[in-house]
Design a protein around this ligand. Structure first.
Ligand code: DAH
Length: 336
């Protein structure tokens, strides 16, 4: 074969491949198009590759260049075919009868669900919402709440300090003091908010979590008001058939201090059992005085609870970390 024969055959093969692909209907499947292309080119391309070796040495180089150009041209023709195919299919695939994809409407986080529900109940009982800062002073977080100066809760390994006198609040109880400073009794407030502790993040602890504080202060408020209000809350939240009980507990800012347990079914097959829901008590006179109220004239009661724990018991969530993972497969189960 002469060089000019070789170049002519390479040109012809390129032209045939292009003509074949350009002539195909763009609806042709890609594998079918490739089959037809191979049938047209494989043998002729192999023959051209073999012929390279039998050409005179001086002709091999220009022939080799032509061979490579031919392979690129075939690939380019195939690419052009798939581009034509793609352009045609976007228009052609429209199906007006196909049902619309339902869109993700979002869902309220289970802790927020519980928080909203509890707030609704207390709103009906006359409570409004009060907020306080998450970066607190030692005085509001501890001192004004009757913690002695050497209380272990203030240790560096329990509390996250931001500076000499500022820390991330370890509970929402400082909002009690801020509220009493700002508003004269009668006071009935609910204070939800994020609190922080130097805890490990495991199945039952999180270093940042929600708390919900309640405070009622007026003349003549007694432990009866505390029990009646909190029992009424439990009745509405858990249902009228659930029993509640109060037991003694200790917190420096209440006297006496108590905890409320509710008999709940955690859905783990073990049936009804007592679960501690909140800490509570009569506001300590030292706290009233620290906030500037006359403790001879006013009395009050307070409570604090963790909505995450309550959400876990209500929805049968066994690992607190699921509440922080933002895993849509978990969260969308709570979509209403
Ligand atoms: N502040 C307490 C805590 O973080 C919870 C608490 C207990 C709040 C008793 C109260 C209360 O208002 O009366 O563990």
């Amino acid at each position: 074969m002469t060089l000019s024969d070789y170049l002519a055959q390479a040109d012809a093969l390129g032209a045939d491949c292009r003509a074949l692909l350009d002539g195909l209907d763009p609806a042709t499947r890609l594998d079918v198009a490739k089959g037809q292309l191979n049938a047209c080119k494989d043998e002729r391309l192999a023959a051209l590759q073999d012929a390279l070796r039998s050409l005179p040495a001086a002709d091999r180089r220009p022939a080799g260049v032509a061979f490579n150009t031919l392979k690129q041209a075939i690939q380019a023709a195939l690419d052009a075919f798939s581009a034509r195919q793609a352009a045609a299919s976007t228009g052609g695939a429209f199906d007006g009868t196909m049902p619309a994809r339902s869109s993700w409407r979002g869902a309220v986080h289970p802790v927020s669900l519980v928080l909203d529900e509890i707030s609704d109940i207390f709103r009906e009982l006359g409570f409004t919402v009060a907020l306080g800062p998450e970066a607190e002073t030692e005085w509001y977080n501890f001192g004004a709440l009757n913690f002695p100066p050497d209380h272990p809760a203030m240790e560096l390994h329990d509390t996250l300090y931001l500076g000499e006198d500022t820390l991330l609040r370890t509970h929402t109880s400082p909002v009690q003091v801020r509220t009493m400073q700002r508003h004269a009794p009668p006071i009935r407030v609910l204070a939800p908010g994020q609190v922080y502790r130097r805890d490990f993040f495991d199945a039952t602890h999180a270093p940042a979590f929600m708390q919900l504080e309640g405070l009622a202060v007026d003349e003549g408020i007694s432990f009866v008001d505390l029990k009646a209000t909190l029992a009424e809350f439990a009745r509405r939240f858990y249902g009228a058939t659930r029993r509640v009980r109060f037991g003694p507990s200790y917190f420096p800012f209440v006297e006496p201090g108590a905890q409320m347990d509710v008999e709940v079914d955690l859905g783990d097959g073990r049936g009804l059992r007592w679960v501690e829901i909140l800490g509570c008590g009569m506001v300590h006179p030292n706290v009233l005085e620290a906030a500037g109220l006359d403790s001879e004239r006013y009395t009050g009661w307070a409570f604090g609870m963790g909505p995450a724990r309550i959400a876990m018991s209500r929805y049968g969530i066994t690992d607190i970390r699921m509440l922080y993972d933002s895993d849509v497969r978990f969260l969308e189960q709570f979509a209403r």
